[in-house]
Design a binder for this molecule. Sequence first.
Ligand code: WTA
Length: 573
Amino acid sequence: MEILEPKQGTYQLEDYSRTRETFDWEQTKEAFSWNKTGNVNIAYETIDRHVDEGRGEKTALYYSDASRDEAYTFQAMKEKTNQAAHVFKDLGVKKGDPVFIFMPRSPELYFALLGAVKAGAVVGPLFEAFMQDAVRARLEDSEAKMIVTTPELVSRIPHEELPHLETILVTGDSSKADEHEKYVSFDEKMKAASTDDSAIEWVDLEDGFVLHYTSGSTGKPKGVYHVHKAMLQQYQTAKWVLDLREDDIYWCTADPGWVTGTSYGIFGPWLYGVTNVVRGGRFSPDDWYATLQNYKVTVWYSAPTAFRMLMAAPKEILEKYDLSSLRHILSVGEPLNPEVVRWGWDVFGLRIHDTWWMTETGAMLICNYPSEPIKPGSMGKPIPGVDASIIDDDGNELGPNEMGNLAIRAGWPAQMRKIWNNEPKFNEYFAIEGWYVSGDTAYKDEDGYFWFQGRNDDVIMTAGERVGPFEIESKLVEHEAIAEAGVIGKPDEIRGHIIKAFVALKDGYEPSDDLQDNIKKFIKSELAAHAVPREIEFKDKLPKTRSGKIMRRVLKAWELDEPTGDLSTMDDA
Ligand code: WTA
């Protein structure tokens, strides 16, 4: 299986090479109503435009979890998001204000998120697993005045320590809202709000709409700021790469707390006007196959870890379901192993199309296309309208099969416009004139296919989620027993990487299994379940530079039994 040839058929991107030569982003503008009216708002284009164009009765959202099973038309979504926009405006939200959404998946999450965007806010989605410290760090940095949450999650918002935070909208009945003067009942406000569209704020294409906090290898999580203009690329890739058609039933498995769950769980598919499936609750093979079967999903966007978990599940589970509706499968977030592509081919008779992009890039950049051959293990080729290259540290472009920095020619439509309150961080990405440097290492082969080789910083991708070692290390050293901590990603068959922590204990503490458990619980309760180190190794001392920085590089070498390299900067080498 060296190369998987495309199936015969018609595709939204018929001729990749020719489109690369002729395409111009100006062409995409014709898809949007602002091209005629001048009124810009991505949420309007996502929902209301379809009602204007006669698709009001089409199902926009199928939502289900263990206790709910609901459907909403575009007309219903329009009314709900208008109501939410009124709620935010009545409470004083102004264009450009950050509004956070901290909720597990539910229809209300989608109403609130799109309603806030309609009201002109910049939405900060927070993953539901975040605990107090993770929530605090993000609300402090953004200085957000408002957040929407649920009765279950509200206690994780330390509002006494967040002077900027004025209003906490809580879903459900009004009983929670009585508990504190900052608490307001979201449901009561929604009921009282008008469904008319007078709360829609018209904005500029360069105004912000989403602020995704993400992790780097150093420092606190950073707020990646995206603008309404991202819709051009989200729409165009929904067409070319997701290959969407009018009657598709589309399922993106990502949570809107991560960028895939907004760019392709909300905006891409709805800018295109297809029916979007959202399944709440946790992963289980039965539940996922049932979702594919029951909704007759045609296009499915997921991640390698999920595919690997399905692959590892007993075959009998798969055999119970009829998955014949599936037409197109895609993957993102981590390297897609050729074994997984092979499995997809065996069990679905379909190729799994890898896509590469990042929180910072806002939308897909390097992809496989239904009309092009796939080389299993390769991320594919840059979308038309975008140039990608492999460059060395001085910005020289490298030749075929030479490994270097994966870089994108700066200026694509969905590119982040800033890092919230942190210009130096933003500038680091663009330090090489004309290029955005991704932090990934890759090479490009003689046919122009890109091959991922790894991160060249310490960012950990675990089960498709991006975790910064610094945030975990900072939390670990707050534990009473820990003097020093270093965190790395350790390769893992299923999850890509797992989090491994090396810790040195304070005087008076001894390594033990109980202490390990206690440390794991501490991270789980204060940071997030997905940030818990699955392995903890006790050390007398950690390798540090003379300036006191933990050398994760050395920890990794220890872990992998590899040479430690140059230790000249190490203290006490
Ligand atoms: C990694 C997720 C290999 C990469 C949309 C990148 C990938 C980081 C792929 C961004 C892929 C994403 N193959 N690695 N197809 N897609 N990555 O910001 O290291 O959560 O830099 O965005 O995920 O993660 P983020």
